[in-house]
Design a protein around this ligand. Structure first.
Ligand code: AMP
Ligand code: MG
Length: 407
């Protein structure tokens, strides 16, 4: 079965997806260069008739030809047509935009790779009878379950972030994820007893990642879940395949996980919109200007249900067993690897202010934007100055830029 379909060349490029404000920029640049080329060609037609070259007609034409070749080359690199393909994978719409003439051959293996990652690492019993991680979670207590190198690598990273955050990020969150089953369409708030039981089964310190590449959980009912990190890994893998295929400019959008390859074709940074938490997808509070990096957001509005007027969302606090609630509306992390940014946006969201902010500020190569329910915006130092590799600009006047959080 073909899992995705082609949207076509430059067809409503970022439809419903003002995540990326570059749509308008791209079109303007294309227009400008078309105009330049047309103007130059007309100039070529006219000038030989009206001026006399001091170096004679031969060299004059050679110079003109060289200039034309240069201009055409510069035009063609900047007017590369984007190609957009999308598929529903990893619980979201995965939309990939590449600027290359060989998109078809390159996008096919990227979507296949993402589908393969989903089929190994999903823990959704609704979508899969078996996956490597469902095998791990269903294995009798204390037995070692072999997994592929991919899955092992993602579990290793998830365990590392669990340790780094003292369990705010929790690789063994599965009993709680399964209990709440948010996104199933028939959710209800579990009983306090069930929540307490699930909380007692969540403890990353009991997970063993064995030297032979197998995984062991010591208690019946324990389980791993990589929903907070797998999209990032998949985006990194997709980008690797595209880069190896020679792609210089691309955007991989995994529904809130954005990874860009290179700069825009005109050499300027991509503009990635940071979504306005309480609004529709295409409204944003600010813009991250960046090249070759990833921008990942975690927030409570991705998946949730409402009961008795209370919103219950999918990012769970392992300490309480309930959806995390600490005054934060969302956390956006900018970094080099999407797996790190994905893990850290979830981590920052659960840890809250100021602890999550401090953690990210202390780590090398990652930056963050924290947005509170009362519309305060906290930005780590590397996103502030013009010297940084990425820069954040607040554009929504209803939100207030703050200094470092206190505490
Ligand atoms: P994200 O959208 O990247 O923030 O990840 C949310 C997903 O990660 C949820 O749908 C769960 O599958 C899983 N998850 C929920 N709470 C946690 C947590 N505290 N630590 C790790 N994974 C979590
Ligand atoms: Mg995440």
């Amino acid at each position: 079965m073909r899992l995705y379909h082609t949207l076509g060349i430059e067809k409503s490029l970022f439809r419903g997806n003002t995540w990326l404000g570059n749509d308008l920029d791209g079109k303007n640049n294309t227009l400008l260069h078309t105009f330049c080329c047309a103007g130059f060609c007309r100039w070529l037609q006219w000038r030989p008739m009206t001026i006399t070259s001091p170096v004679g007609p031969g060299p004059f034409r050679a110079v003109l030809a060289a200039a034309l070749v240069f201009l055409l080359f510069s035009c063609s690199s900047e007017t590369l047509r984007p190609r957009v393909d999308e598929a529903y994978l990893l619980g979201t719409v995965v939309r990939i935009t590449v600027y290359t003439d060989e998109a078809e051959a390159l996008l096919e293996p990227v979507f296949a790779r993402v589908a393969d990652i989903e089929a190994r690492m999903s823990t959704s019993e609704r979508d899969y009878d078996r996956t490597e991680l469902l095998d791990v979670n269903r294995a009798p207590a204390g037995t070692a379950t072999p997994v592929s190198a991919d899955t092992f690598e993602v579990l290793k990273e998830a365990l590392r972030y669990s340790e780094l955050s003292d369990g705010a990020f929790e690789v063994t969150i599965w009993p709680l994820v399964r209990l709440w089953d948010i996104g199933s369409g028939h959710e209800s708030v579990p009983s306090e007893g069930d929540i307490a039981r699930a909380v007692s089964l969540v403890d990353y310190r009991k997970l063993s990642l064995n030297d032979d590449g197998s995984v062991t959980l010591p208690e019946e009912g324990m389980g791993v879940d990589v929903g907070a990190i797998a999209k990032g890994y998949a985006a990194d893998e997709g980008a690797r395949i595209l880069r190896e295929g020679g792609v210089k400019h691309a955007i991989l959008d995994f529904g809130g996980n954005i990874l860009v390859i290179g700069s825009k074709p005109d050499g300027t940074p991509w503009r990635v919109g940071v979504q306005r938490p309480d609004a529709r997808r295409n409204e944003y509070i600010g813009i991250v200007y960046t090249s070759g990096r990833t921008v990942v957001t975690s927030g409570p509005y991705e998946r949730f249900f409402v009961e008795d007027g209370v919103r219950y969302h999918h990012i769970l606090d392992p300490a309480t067993g309930y959806p995390s609630r600490n005054g934060l509306e969302q956390v956006t992390v900018v970094g080099d690897r999407s797996i790190d940014a994905d893990a850290l946006s979830t981590t920052g969201y659960v840890m809250g202010l100021p602890a999550g902010f401090t953690l990210i500020e202390e780590l090398d190569g990652v930056e963050a934007v924290f947005v509170t329910e009362d519309h305060r915006v906290y930005v780590t130092s590397g996103l502030k100055g013009p010297d940084g590799r990425s820069r954040f600009e607040l554009v929504d006047e209803e939100f207030r830029l703050m200094g470092p959080p206190e505490g």
